[in-house]
Design a protein around this ligand. Sequence first.
Ligand SMILES: NC(=O)c1ccc[n+]([C@@H]2O[C@H](COP(=O)([O-])OP(=O)(O)OC[C@H]3O[C@@H](n4cnc5c(N)ncnc54)[C@H](OP(=O)(O)O)[C@@H]3O)[C@@H](O)[C@H]2O)c1
Length: 441
Amino acid sequence: MSQPLKLGVAGLGTVGAGLVQLFEEHGARLALALGREIKIAGVSARSRHKQRGIKLEGLPWFDAAERLATDPAIDVFVELIGGEEGVARSAVEAALKAGKHVVTANKALLAKHGTELARLAEAQGVALNFEAAVAGGIPIIKTLREALAGNQIRRVYGILNGTCNYILTQMQEEHRAFAEVLKEAQDKGYAEADPTFDIGGFDTAHKLALLTSLAFGTKVALDHIHVEGIQGISQADIEAADDLGYRIKLLGVALLTDSGIEQRVHPAMVPKHSAIAEVSGVTNCIAIDGDFVGNVLLAGPGAGAKATASAVASDILDVARGAFAAPFGVPAAGLKPYRRARLGQHQGAYYVRLSVFDRPGAMASIAGRMGERGVSLESIVQRRPRWALPGIDAKPKPGAPTAVILITHETTEEAIRAALSAIHADGNVSEPPQMIRIEPL
Ligand SMILES: NC(=O)c1ccc[n+]([C@@H]2O[C@H](COP(=O)([O-])OP(=O)(O)OC[C@H]3O[C@@H](n4cnc5c(N)ncnc54)[C@H](OP(=O)(O)O)[C@@H]3O)[C@@H](O)[C@H]2O)c1
């Protein structure tokens, strides 16, 4: 047997406790497979006396994670604290500077400081592994960095936030309103007390920033992501989408175009019989379009103690084998500057829901505004809604608003936005138009 690999584990919450449990259960088998033992040589968390349901007796305890990070007794610093600044950042930097390998699940830290941390790790000749930072148990980082490295990736997209997918699935299956489902998700512990980070799309954006960098060899560019959340999705949209053969999913999409890379997070319509549409509840799913491999789809648990610990363990095993690469696949010095494609130039079809006052000429004026901007319509549906639309009676009176659903042919974002703003300004609609992009699969 070679020398044991010694870990310093900082953070013993959901993921940290899951990791300790994994090595308790599988340590002996892994030691045989690797030809070396993996030992936890020190731990750190905020509260020393908290009951965590794991065995910590005999393990050296460090009140300060930064001290554990540089302790001579450890080879690998495992950061499972979280947060883009503060202790997580200072301890990871200290570990790298001290020549320790780092394994982390911290998407926020990497989305903000990934390029500079990668540079530091490479300068020290150590690993900076972060499989658990994107989509929990799904091995997407290694898939992009290693398994699909021979391809030119054209697009990476997916469902990267379980909370949002749970809410949209419940709205779809139970015909319930967004606010009601969100409250239930909070009660069940699927959503945070402050859910903005999840439902506003920011959590998805952090993960997308890392995927973009791995897929396209560019510097991590979190600040260049167009982010929309799911707060504006109503039961009316979910049911109209269903009637038209679609599901609504919160997608993170990174797309290579002639004018740069589009990075966007927003609710999108996907055909209801596509594999991605069928990913329901808290499950995550990522699709990759590569020029040689074609379309690859990975689905699985995006969070949770065991699934996330599984991903953290795989990073640790790579270090134990001495098999680690540049964190973002290419050396940090070779990462290209991120070139942002203008969202206005985004090409695609759109779903539009309008609450149109039922009066002569209104529809003709709307169609005219679309025509002026070169937006042609694939379908127009105007009928009594089976959904409960605020302000719309099931039996509309003359002059009262009626729900009108439009599906456009492919156009540009600039054109559809201009047409909708003109339609709103004309006063033929009772509320701002709803617009959802249709993602071609
Ligand atoms: N939960 C998931 O399913 C999941 C999935 C993918 C990635 N992640 C990522 O994994 C990381 C950890 O998430 P988690 O859900 O395990 O969080 P968590 O349950 O809140 O645990 C955080 C841990 O960090 C400890 N901690 C807080 N401040 C500290 C400090 N100053 N020094 C040392 N330890 C400190 C806490 O100590 P106490 O226990 O004493 O309070 C706790 O043990 C985050 O980066 C998260 O984004 C989580």
